[in-house]
Every structure is written in structure tokens, then in C-alpha cells.
Design a binder for this molecule. Structure first.
Ligand code: SAM
Length: 382
């Protein structure tokens, strides 16, 4: 794995801030690996039987597994540790970013106002935030992605850049760009005839998954949209700092102002699970509308759990206790069917697992698919 790299927008950390962040990274590795990894044993040895005896029925799905584990001391300890370390992640990184916010805003403004900038930034302060986005602090991130506390705010974006580095525990490549690298390489290999002129990344946050497409498709114009202004400002400055040309815009992926057939590739990376059922369907319809004939859409996200109910335990836990409610419904959907409903030919729509470019070990619960990303893919009729 190449070493983690920084860039001119990357927030710094004092010795003590760095030590706290290192502690959280190590704690999460232990909690999500070793502790969560023991949950299956506790479930089989004790929790499932206790649930079935008390409920007078067999475990039928992930929600029953969650109830069984919530009543078991091992499940309670695991849940408490996952939630506590998640909150500590933001408690640790947030104040460090707030301390240097004026300097980060000044740097971001300098990139936005530079007449030598490569890409662009278009903000829409009147854009209505979807309710699923604003109603809860998604995955316990205070203020979610969109909250602003100073003019030209970049706090949520800068915080995201540092927290993903802590959160992914160093497994996501030098620029935290494993998803973009993985999907970009996979598309090149599997659709060699596709020569995209324009690419759209939906729900880009700070564009870390967007940037690999600049190098993988050097002839394409790269666009990245999100509803969250502070992330877009930071993402634009980050891309400029890294010498990449991306056009960032504040738009809702459910309905964008781009003309019909404007793109050849429409992508998202772990955006769908933070939406809602009606929004997800609208996003697939919008992807279809935006694609030129023969264009491809691909959405990386949480994998569905269709077989062993225990496989769905952790996503159910995230839905209930980590402010990611749509995980519950998403896990039961067939995204190829949804793509077909949205207008893609059913035979050109499928769910798959694409290999991770940096091949990260993703923790014990995901061991069966370690090194892959669950992805829904569809190609518009030519
Ligand atoms: C988990 S983050 C995605 C991170 C990033 N794409 C990556 O590769 O890691 C989800 C992002 O989707 C954005 N988002 C959620 N709903 C959206 C919508 N309807 N339109 C545009 N962006 C949306 C959020 O603001 C957030 O930045």
C-alpha cells in the first residue's frame, strides 16, 4: 500500500491532536475487527437461542438478529464500543479543524478566486436540502455535511478529509481514493468501447473518489455534485491543490439542471445508503436521463444481505444506532430491478462486486467479500 499523502488544503494536527487521532484509529481497528468479529460466536453460542426461546419463534431476518444481540452482553458491549468510538472520532477531529478554520477558509477562498484555477465551483445557497439529509446528523457527524458556522465555511469538508483517514484506518490508498480507483479501473476493463466525453460523480463530498477519473479518463470533462456547500468548497480547493480539473456544483442528484444525454458515465460512491427509497429511485431515473445512448451508470454502496440473517446484523445496527436509517431498507433492495424500473434494459443491469484497487482488509464481518466493493451497474440502450 502506498503511503498516505497530504496536499496544500489538508488540515494539520498538533502533536496531541495527532496522538488522539492515532488512538481512535487503533481503537476502531480493534473494535471493528476483533470485538465485532467475536459477535458471530456470541450469536451462535448464546444470543440466537435466547431470542428464539423468549420470542417463541425462529430468527427470521437481520432485525431479529439485532434484537437477539441487543439482549446479549456481548452485543451490548460491541454496540457501545462502536458507537462510543464513532462519537470520539468527531470529538477528536472536530475541535482540531475548528482551531484552524480561519486559515482553511482563507486558503479555500484563494483557490476559488484564483484566475489560474483549472476547474470551477458553482454554489446554490437556495438549494433545498433533502429531508433525509438534514433530519439527522448522518453517522453521528455533528452538523452532518451541510452545516455552516462561518462565511465561506469549509469545516465539514476539512473534517471529512481527516476523519476518513482515521475511519478507514489507512486502508483506502494514498488519497483515500480506493473507491474511485477501483471503479474507474473496473469500468475501463469491462467497457473498453466506452470513451466518455463527460463524467458525473454524484454525492462527491470532497471529491476524493472523483479525482482518479481525471487520470483514468484524461480526455473527459469531470463534474462532481453534492448538496453540501462546505464539502464542495473544500473539495474544489483540494482538487486545485492537487492539480486536478473538476467542475464542482451544488445540486441534488435526484434532479439536476444538466440537459438530457449530457454524460457518458454517471457514478456515485457510497451516496445511496444516505438517501431514501423515493430518492434512490429518482437518482436512478436521473442517471438514465443524463446518460447519452450507450452510457453507463455505476453506484458503489453497502452490499445487500439476502441470505444468512446474521450477515445483515451490522447494517441493521448502523440503521438503528448510527443515524443511517436507510441501511435497513437498502439491504433488501435489488438495485438491478430499480435500474430497470428507471428505464435501463434489465439485461444490461446487474449487481456485482468489483475488486478493490488497494485491496484493503475491511474487518471481520466483511471478510467474505474483503477486497471488493458492492456495485450496481447499468448501461443505457445504445
Ligand atoms: C458518504 S458521503 C459520499 C462520499 C464520497 N462520494 C466517497 O466516495 O467517499 C455521501 C454524500 O452524498 C451527499 N448526498 C446525499 N444525498 C444527496 C443528493 N440527493 N444529492 C447530492 N448529494 C447527496 C452527501 O451530502 C454526502 O456528501
Amino acid at each position: 500500500m502506498p503511503e498516505f499523502q497530504t496536499h496544500a488544503m489538508y488540515p494539520d494536527a498538533t502533536h496531541d491532536e495527532q496522538s488522539r487521532q492515532n488512538f481512535i484509529r487503533t481503537a476502531r481497528r480493534h473494535v471493528l475487527g476483533t470485538v465485532l468479529g467475536g459477535a458471530g460466536q456470541a450469536y451462535k453460542a448464546r444470543a440466537r437461542g435466547a431470542f428464539e426461546k423468549a420470542a417463541g419463534k425462529q430468527v427470521r431476518g437481520p432485525i431479529d438478529v439485532l434484537k437477539a444481540m441487543d439482549a446479549d452482553p456481548y452485543g451490548q458491549m460491541t454496540g457501545s464500543l462502536v458507537r462510543t468510538t464513532q462519537e470520539m472520532l468527531y470529538d477528536t477531529v472536530g475541535p482540531s479543524i475548528a482551531r484552524q478554520l480561519p486559515e482553511l477558509v482563507a486558503r479555500s477562498n484563494a483557490y476559488a478566486q484564483s484566475n489560474r484555477k483549472r476547474g470551477s465551483l458553482m454554489l446554490d445557497p437556495n438549494l433545498a436540502l433533502p429531508r433525509y439529509h438534514a433530519a439527522a446528523d448522518i453517522h453521528c457527524k455533528p452538523g452532518a455535511y451541510h452545516s455552516e458556522i462561518v462565511p465561506d465555511d469549509v469545516l465539514a469538508g476539512a473534517e471529512y478529509d481527516r476523519t476518513i483517514n482515521v475511519f478507514y484506518m489507512g486502508s483506502m490508498g494514498p488519497w483515500n481514493d480506493d473507491m474511485g480507483m477501483s471503479l474507474g479501473h473496473w469500468i475501463k476493463k469491462n467497457y473498453p468501447d466506452l470513451k466518455p466525453k463527460r463524467i458525473l460523480d454524484m454525492g462527491c463530498t470532497i471529491g476524493h473518489s472523483t479525482l482518479p477519473y481525471c487520470d483514468l479518463f484524461p480526455d473527459a470533462e469531470i463534474h462532481a455534485i453534492d448538496v453540501a456547500g462546505p464539502c464542495l468548497r473544500y473539495g474544489h480547493a483540494r482538487a486545485e491543490a492537487m492539480g486536478k480539473t473538476v467542475h464542482f456544483a451544488q445540486m441534488n442528484a435526484e434532479k439536476t439542471p444538466f440537459p438530457d444525454g449530457h454524460f457518458d458515465l454517471v457514478l456515485s460512491h457510497i451516496m445511496l445508503h444516505e438517501t431514501a427509497l423515493s430518492a434512490l429511485k429518482a437518482i436512478f431515473r436521473e442517471s438514465h436521463r443524463l446518460l447519452a445512448p450507450g452510457g453507463v451508470t455505476a453506484h458503489v454502496d453497502a452490499r445487500p444481505f439476502k441470505d444468512d440473517p446474521f450477515d445483515g446484523y451490522f447494517n441493521e445496527w448502523l440503521a438503528h444506532y448510527n443515524n443511517e436509517p436507510f441501511m435497513h431498507t437498502l439491504a433488501k433492495l435489488d438495485l438491478a430491478d430499480i435500474a430497470a424500473e428507471a428505464g435501463f434494459p434489465r439485461k444490461a443491469a446487474f449487481e456485482t462486486r468489483i475488486p478493490s484497487w488497494f485491496n484493503p482488509p475491511m474487518g471481520t464481518l466483511m471478510a467474505k467479500e474483503a477486497g471488493t466493493w458492492f456495485t450496481a451497474v447499468a448501461r443505457k440502450a445504445g
